[in-house]
Design a protein around this ligand. Sequence first.
Ligand code: G1P
Length: 293
Amino acid sequence: MRKAVIPAAGLGTRFLPATKAMPKEMLPVVDKPAIQYVVEEAVRAGLTDIVMITGRNKRALEDHFDREPFLEQTLAANGDHVKLASVRESSTLADLHYLRQGDPKGLGHAVLRAKAHVGNEPFAVLLGDDLIDEQDGILTEMARVQDLTGGSVVALMEVEPDQIGAYGCADVHPGSVDGALSIRGLVEKPEPAQAPSNLAVIGRYVLHPRVFDVLEQTPPGRGGEIQLTDALQSLAVSEGEGSGVYGVIFRGRRFDTGDKLSYIKAVMTLALEREDTGPGLRHWLDEVMAPVA
Ligand code: G1P
């Protein structure tokens, strides 16, 4: 597997007014935009051919992953090699391609836009809002399962039952197949009382290219949008090449940087772990959290 699709066309309304003139994917997590963590995760899994599905007001994404000669010259002239390396890094990470979604018809529609670029090979989808711990390597495990089963694979996370309505939800067969759960049904954002489980689909997928043909036939679903979850539901119950959907349970850390509180937790967690910011932040937290005498 070589290719990854990163849908990044969402409007980011949960972060207005910050996202009025800036893509939500560019919000910094300490000193790197959230989207760079996602691109780095793809690259660590060996996926260096990346297509981003963007839209209006997303030019900053292309600029971020491009060279910036004037800034580079200035930093080089000042002998600031550390900053120079950090500026160059994002432009050398991967072979990035950009496609505009056009009509905002949902995640399934965004993924379908990548059909011609991906062609007839398995590929990964990484949602830009989901930040996943770098030690986890879940995509590599999902690619292994895809290779063994020939189907499609989603990452699943156990959530509190009252949270399941914010996610795609998986109904799984008991037992496991090649180290993964076999999925018999998927439902997008169910009412918690009707949810078949507390297993939430998180923003990592390894898909068989047959999903494109299914997406072309998938009518608008929840919210009037073409849902990737609905296409995967069809694949889960179909037969023949590329059918079957499997789940790999993710037990690591995940932050939804599209949600305000979770975004703040992501910034704090990563800042606490870094040598340059950790000690100072911990000291300050101790001060503000100390009970008033
Ligand atoms: C999307 C998917 C949903 C999935 C979620 C993970 O929803 O449609 O199935 O559980 O991402 O973050 P969104 O959060 O874009 O509404």
